[in-house]
Design a protein around this ligand. Structure first.
Ligand SMILES: Nc1ncnc2c1ncn2[C@@H]1O[C@H](COP(=O)(O)OP(=O)(O)OP(=O)(O)O)[C@@H](O)[C@H]1O
Ligand SMILES: [Mg+2]
Length: 217
């Protein structure tokens, strides 16, 4: 995707390149209904959250599918900010096994709900070991209530004990897309990410090349 000049979800969903990316993904996942896509990357700050927000908005707009975008970047959540939401679903909701539809919030766009990231609590460490199982359980339940579920995650590297491991949850999805930053993402973490995902049984659909020049690099 080319550099974006704005941060408005309605405008983001109008970008032709992202619509094309969505059609390729839709085509690849056509046999699965409901379908679940995980978006991850080899390194941080590659454009995953931007892509998830855009794909979710395009999916909801282009079809009559019920779409859920899930923020599993529990360590540094950001998806809610695209939709002007506050993270509301928390650890107590998980403990009470609240239904996914009750934890999700309306995005303000037709057919699109957002499951914001869980808010951190003192119990962080206690819950980390259980995170992949919780993640796959949420994905399974989300598929029962929505037609298309798109999951925003952290990058695969560096690993962080506070993160929901994208590799561990990837097999529960129908496909995984890796975002790379053109001319920035080093080859090695990307190759290792693909290898880790495939070894874990994930269906790696391909790579989304973000042409943005991050001023931090
Ligand atoms: N194509 C683009 N054009 C302009 N800005 C972009 C583009 N892609 C990403 N950005 C900006 O770069 C920053 C990082 O993007 P984003 O949050 O989507 O990355 P991320 O991979 O989700 O990061 P993290 O690893 O922290 O979750 C954001 O401020 C986003 O608006
Ligand atoms: Mg992100």
């Amino acid at each position: 995707m080319s550099p974006l000049l704005f941060k408005d979800i309605e405008l983001l969903a109008e970008i032709t390149e992202i619509k094309r990316i969505y059609s390729v993904i839709e085509n690849s996942l056509m046999k699965s209904n409901p379908a679940c896509l995980v978006v991850t990357s080899g390194a941080p700050e590659e454009g995953k959250t931007t892509m998830v927000a855009a794909l979710a908005a395009i999916a909801a707009r282009q079809s009559d599918k019920r779409v859920l975008a899930v923020d599993f970047h529990w360590h540094a959540p950001a998806l809610h900010s695209w939709f002007g939401l506050e993270p509301t679903f928390d650890i107590d909701d998980l403990r009470r096994e609240k239904p996914v539809v009750d934890m999700a919030q309306s995005s303000g766009l037709n057919n699109l709900d957002i499951l914001t990231a869980r808010q951190s609590t003192q119990d962080e460490v206690e819950w980390n070991g259980a995170a992949p199982a919780l993640g796959t359980d949420i994905m399974r339940k989300a598929r029962e209530a929505y037609d298309f579920v798109v999951v925003d995650t952290s990058s695969i590297f560096p690993t962080n004990r506070r993160m929901m491991d994208p590799v561990a949850i990837s097999k529960a999805a129908d496909g995984v897309a890796l975002v790379v930053l053109a001319n920035v993402t080093p080859r090695q973490p990307l190759k290792r990410s693909r290898m880790f995902l495939e070894t874990a049984g994930a269906n790696v659909l391909g790579v989304i090349v973000n042409q943005w020049k991050n001023p931090l690099f």
